[in-house]
Design a protein around this ligand. Structure first.
Ligand code: IDC
Length: 483
């Protein structure tokens, strides 16, 4: 295993600036031939800048189910080279490129899709390849086994319009190194199929603290705090999403872009709290996640948290909710990790007298998912830590929210308990986001009141006790495996 300590982001930011000034190209391949029973359709999308590019490829299997696949294509220009790739094993010989599946995406059902990609370089030109093969069979687009026609000119799938996007992450950011994440066993894994831990911060409610999330504050989070992750907390009630779905959806999307531009993962939090029954918001959740997952499908930095803290309802209700919302996301973004809230304010059931057995015995019927655990260090101690450790051996767990203070979100930092918690999360490689990256007048806020109006976020002079504690923890170098 090799590990890369976190260097400065200066190089990345320069690369991004160059990218914004030069060309960005998108190529969607039409069908070039009709085909018989087995077949495939490929969408090849690039963002390109002087000398470099990032390619995203979506493969759709139009034939029978396959277990193990190899995608082949040739670069039209001799100067084009594959660099670091993700979600496949990449090889190039001359201009011929092959991408072989990795463990978790090898089985492709009939009609199934998967997304892979790579960062590459070019010298004189960067045209899109025009012919792809899947397991040796030409990918001819939208033909089906029942409509063979050698002279057909039926076009392939309609071009998808990518969202306006900032230059792709390159270099040494968390997203550039780790790429599209997936769940492997009980862990969150990167493009090398190795377990990683993401450490970052949660916004406060966007309806109240939207002014705290801007280029300067997110530069501070990425560069000064060296965070891997921004959790975007979109309340549904309390003057949140339900009052203006379009505006809140746009606000979330804008923050996904800002996280992407800085190489951070974006955790999209559908912040249900009161009422505690997620079913109350089922239709809103479907509408919201359909829009956000369609718009951000080609990004590699998005993780979906479908309900914040269910409470007062049984696990079977949460599971039922999850099994209705997850397919909405998967229809657009099949390879994104989805995180499911748990009973008792996402305490794995503990705060309502249960434990993680109810999930282990009756898991959500979906793959590539994790389960939420939340704690507030001054309120939740040894018995919660013991249950988390027990659960983590059996379930993929993500701490999408926690506080260094009491569960009210206020009060003093409990340093001893917070340290015990974070040491445990580090040891178990459990990812986390701290509540909150805001200047709310409460102990859990990282910034002193008035900071967001002042506009300076980097350094320690603007921080509360909680902010100082969290910045110290998050700034320590990551050790992301790169092979
Ligand atoms: C708190 C905020 C507080 C707000 C309250 C109600 O800190 O300003 O008035 O919500 O909206 C959670 C929730 C999170 C809470 C947090 C602290 O996910 O929304 O934020 N908390 O109470 N679960 C446990 C604690």
């Amino acid at each position: 295993m090799t590990t890369i300590p976190r260097p400065s982001r200066r190089h990345l930011l320069l690369a991004g600036t160059v990218g914004a000034l030069t060309l960005a190209s998108t190529a969607v391949l039409p069908a070039v031939n009709a085909s018989a029973a087995s077949g495939c359709a490929v969408t090849y999308t690039t963002s390109s800048w002087q000398g470099g590019f990032s390619a995203n490829i979506t493969i759709k299997n139009l034939g029978d189910a396959v277990n193990g696949w190899t995608l082949g294509f040739g670069f039209p220009d001799a100067g084009q080279r594959v660099g670091q790739g993700w979600s496949a094993t990449w090889q190039q010989s001359g201009n011929a490129v092959t991408a072989r599946n990795v463990d978790w995406n090898g089985s492709l059902p009939s009609g199934g899709t998967t997304s892979i990609g790579f960062n590459g370089t070019w010298t004189t030109a960067n045209p899109a390849p025009t012919a792809f093969t899947l397991n040796g069979v030409a990918c001819t687009g939208g033909t089906t086994p029942t409509t063979p026609s050698p002279t057909s000119t039926t076009p392939g799938p309609p071009p998808t319009t990518p969202p306006p996007t900032t230059p792709p992450p390159t270099g040494t950011t968390p997203v550039a190194i780790n790429g599209q994440l997936h769940v492997c066993g009980t862990k969150l894994c990167n493009r090398y199929d190795r377990a990683i831990q993401l450490r970052g911060m949660s916004t406060h409610g966007l309806q109240w603290f939207g002014a705290c999330y801007n280029d300067a504050s997110l530069d501070a989070l990425a560069n000064d705090w060296q965070a891997d992750l921004l959790r975007i907390s979109m309340y549904v009630q309390e003057q949140g999403y339900e009052t203006n779905p379009t505006a809140f959806t746009n606000q979330v999307n804008a923050l996904v872009d800002k996280a992407e531009a800085r190489g951070m993962y974006a955790l999209v939090d559908f912040h249900t709290l009161t009422p505690g029954d997620p079913m109350y918001n089922l239709e809103r959740a479907k509408t919201f996640f359909a829009a956000v997952s369609a718009r951000n499908a080609s990004k590699t930095n998005v993780i979906y948290e479908i309900t914040n803290e269910p409470n007062g309802v049984g696990w079977s209700t949460i599971k039922n909710y999850a099994e209705q919302v997850i397919p909405v996301i998967r229809a657009n973004d099949p390879d994104a990790v989805v995180i499911v809230g748990t009973r008792g304010w996402s305490s794995l059931g503990v705060s309502e007298g249960g434990n993680s057995d109810e999930i282990v015995n009756n898991p959500v019927n979906a793959s590539n998912i994790m389960y939420t655990f939340h704690f507030y260090a001054a309120s939740h101690k040894d018995n919660y830590r013991a249950e988390l450790e027990r659960a983590a051996g059996r379930l993929p767990v993500f701490v999408t929210e926690f506080g260094t203070v009491s569960y009210t979100g206020d009060g003093a930092v409990d340093s001893a308990s917070s340290t015990a918690w974070l040491d445990l999360l580090d040891r178990l490689k459990i990812s986390y986001a701290n509540w909150t990256y805001s200047d709310a007048a409460e102990g859990s806020a990282a910034f002193r009141p008035g900071t967001c109006a002042g506009g300076t976020y980097a350094g320690t002079s603007v921080l509360t006790a909680s902010g100082t504690f969290m910045r110290n923890r998050i700034r320590t170098p990551d050790t992301f495996p790169t092979s």
